[in-house]
Design a binder for this molecule. Structure first.
Ligand code: FAD
Length: 412
């Protein structure tokens, strides 16, 4: 029996697309080494307005209206609601859609894939073979099948976080701190010579908080030991220490993986398809938002006469990475490359400028909901409003990476 689509991976991306494919009426199977209902361990944060439907907006287990960022000695109030996903609820919701279509999950690892003109054959770790008209590889940032151009200078987001109780509240009651770049706890030499990091923190109520020392992006990745030491020093500087650890989070993923080849016979989704937003590292919102469109495109491709796996995958890639999204992505990559060249002080003043922009601009930039021309306007406004040396840094990046900018602006 040949299934319509075989989804590999049951992370947020795999489940979001599997559910959408089932809802599009397709015959879907999945491959995952563990029970797909096993709760994801990562702490997934998201802006509430990124959740595309009221049903998905109901998948938040916490919401914060008091959201702030600190940069260059300023506190910026972020007039936007931030939330924390209820992983189990979201998984159950997506799995329900899969179950309604009697989707079958193989508790295996996908090992190899072969393609013929009519279908693809995926061999699993137990030696069994699944035949499918399309393979979707949603196996994360190091995909099992999806091929990408060679990657150089990959920057990683790295973070070390603790959920727990504290001797003093590390964050104000009811508050979400998106980014706290204050670094008074570091020496001048550390500030100058070590990679910049910030605190991401949220109050959970009843004395429980989540605090995470984060490196937005750095190549090579900032080591966990440094992040851990920095977190404890930051807390100590504010007269606070961890009293009891409930959960420790070690976060590491690439921020600027090249977009995969768009003419390959396997479709990628999520980390496997380089869907991480290079400005923020967020991806779950995009995986949930884009799933119905990609699923619909796949359903339409499957309905054409005798499409090959490569033809169906091509339609999927085009739905996932349409020309404008690709161009915006290249601009975001250029923006990230610029930030990588900034020292801590420039970075702080850059973000102070960025968060002074209208909410629609900084919010749309971070959520990838702006058009290409709006992204360019946001970048231009940031440039014009930035202090002179930050502008100098932005211009220097344009001269250092002219190819990146040209590719984004002129599709070169
Ligand atoms: C600690 C942490 C916190 C993060 N926080 C956020 C956040 O707050 N907001 C946000 O938007 N993003 C966040 N990210 C970034 C990103 O969204 C996550 O990395 C996200 O989990 C990626 O989703 P995914 O489904 O693409 O991959 P994954 O979540 O990595 O899922 C991949 C799945 O594929 C399976 N798999 C792998 N290989 C095979 C194989 N050969 N055969 C079968 N199955 C296979 C794995 O078992 C897994 O189930 C975070 C990342 C980390 C690491």
């Amino acid at each position: 029996m040949v299934v319509d689509v075989l989804v590999i991976g049951a992370g947020p991306a795999g489940l979001a697309l599997a559910a959408a494919l089932c809802e599009a009426g397709l015959y879907v199977a999945g491959v995952t080494p563990a029970d797909p209902a096993l709760p994801w361990l990562n702490t997934y944060g998201i802006w509430e307005d990124e959740l595309p439907t009221p049903t998905l907006a109901a998948m938040l287990r916490r919401r914060w209206t008091d959201c702030v960022a600190y940069a260059a000695g300023e506190e910026h109030r972020l007039e936007r609601v931030y939330g924390l996903l209820d992983n189990s609820r979201l998984q159950a919701h997506l799995l329900e859609a899969c179950e309604r279509s009697a989707m079958r999950w193989h508790r295996q690892m996908a090992r190899t894939v072969e393609h013929s003109a009519a279908y693809s054959s995926v061999t699993l770790s137990d030696g069994s073979v699944v035949q499918t008209r399309l393979v979707v590889d949603a196996s994360g940032h190091t995909p099992v099948f999806v091929q990408r151009p060679p990657a150089v200078g990959i920057a990683y987001q790295a973070a070390y976080g603790v959920v727990g109780t504290f001797t003093q509240p590390p964050v104000r009651d009811g508050r979400l701190v998106l980014m706290d770049y204050r670094s008074d706890h570091l020496t001048e030499t550390e500030r100058r010579s070590e990679p910049p990091t910030f605190l991401y923190a949220m109050d959970f109520g009843n004395g429980r908080c989540f605090v995470e020392e984060t490196s937005l992006a750095h190549a090579p990745a900032v080591p966990f030991d440094l992040l851990k030491a920095r977190l404890h020093r930051r807390l100590a500087y504010h007269g606070c220490a961890v009293a009891e650890i409930e959960h420790e989070e070690y976060c590491l993923f690439p921020m600027n993986m090249p977009v995969p080849y768009l003419d390959q016979p396997v479709l990628g989704y999520g980390g496997a398809a380089s869907m991480v937003h290079p400005a923020s590292g967020y991806q779950v919102g995009a995986a949930l938002r884009n799933a119905p469109t990609v699923a619909q495109a796949i359903a339409e491709a499957l309905a054409t006469p005798d499409p090959s796996p490569a033809q169906i995958a091509r339609v999927g890639w085009n739905a996932l990475w349409p020309a404008e999204r690709l161009r915006k992505h290249r601009l975001y990559l250029f923006g990230l490359q610029t930030l990588l060249s900034f020292d801590e002080s420039q970075l702080q003043r850059f973000f102070a400028t960025f968060f002074r922009l209208p909410r629609q601009s900084w919010g749309g930039y971070l959520s990838n909901t702006l058009s290409m021309s709006e992204v360019m306007q946001t970048m231009a406004r940031t440039f014009l409003a930035a202090p002179m040396d930050v502008r100098g840094g932005l211009m220097a990046a344009a001269f250092q990476h002219p190819g990146m900018l040209a590719r984004a602006l002129w599709n070169a």
